[in-house]
Design a protein around this ligand. Structure first.
Ligand SMILES: *[C@@H]1O[C@H](CO)[C@@H](O)[C@H](O)[C@H]1NC(C)=O
Ligand SMILES: *[C@@H]1O[C@H](CO)[C@@H](O)[C@H](O)[C@H]1NC(C)=O
Ligand SMILES: *[C@@H]1O[C@H](CO)[C@@H](O)[C@H](O)[C@H]1NC(C)=O
Length: 204
């Protein structure tokens, strides 16, 4: 009798642990659901919390016949500075689904980029990423961040948004895909944004 008890207790415990693990996996799966996906954006809901991940390419064209980035201000010492400290650029850069500049445009990055490092080439970016594609048409997120351009990957902060990106908080991981002799830079962006779905709380 004693022996039997000793054998069944651990078996029962193991079973209940297994049941617990399986049911928590199921609960997790029920909780997070893919709400929308297209070639460059994925939206997952977990209760009221929405996580959106975006992947697109940013094209900054400072030279040539159709520049999308122009210098609008500079300091007396900017041109003699190794880092162009004090140069301020206004950009209206296309965002595309692929690295190829002729791939589908999904939005534009509009705003200011300034050279903010005295000794290190660093930009301050105050830029709105405004989308024109699919369900994101008319939505935007705002980036306000230092951009350590020379790092292999740059992390930047998303501080807000409009439309589907209302109350956005998040971050960008960007990596230079290519830069040519004319300084045209193509930058790969991976964006993770957390927002809150108001429609789940119609009385608020
Ligand atoms: C500094 O360089 C920029 C870009 O080459 C040029 O447009 C600007 O006129 C220069 N500024 C001065 C004060 O030389
Ligand atoms: C985006 O919205 C604008 C204004 O509502 C509309 O004119 C345009 O056709 C839309 N673009 C796409 C790609 O749906
Ligand atoms: C973006 O995400 C994709 C897919 O997860 C990955 O292959 C790529 O290296 C990432 N790029 C950056 C710049 O983090």
């Amino acid at each position: 009798m004693e022996k039997n008890k000793e054998l069944t207790m651990p078996t029962l415990n193991l079973l209940s642990i297994l049941i617990f693990i399986v049911s928590s996996i199921n609960a997790g799966a029920d909780h997070a659901q893919l709400n929308h996906q297209n070639s460059w954006a994925k939206r997952v809901e977990r209760g009221n919390e929405v996580t959106t991940t975006l992947q697109f390419y940013f094209h900054n064209i400072p030279n040539g016949p159709g520049p999308t980035s122009v210098r609008i201000a500079e300091a007396a010492q900017t041109n003699s500075s190794r880092t162009f400290f004090g140069a301020l650029m206004m950009i209206d850069d296309p965002l595309t689904v692929g690295p190829d500049p002729s791939s589908r445009i999904v939005g534009r990055a509009r705003g200011l980029m300034g050279s903010a490092g005295l000794n290190k080439f660093t930009l301050i970016m105050a830029v709105s990423y405004v989308f024109t594609d699919g369900i994101y048409n008319g939505s935007s997120f705002s980036l306000l961040s230092i951009n350590e351009v020379l790092r292999p990957a740059q992390e930047m902060a998303v501080v807000g948004g409009t439309g589907l990106f209302r109350l956005a908080r998040g971050h960008v991981v960007a990596r230079t895909h290519s830069i040519d002799a004319m300084s045209v830079a193509i930058v790969e962006y991976n964006v993770t944004i957390a927002t809150y779905d108001y429609s789940k709380h119609p009385h608020e």
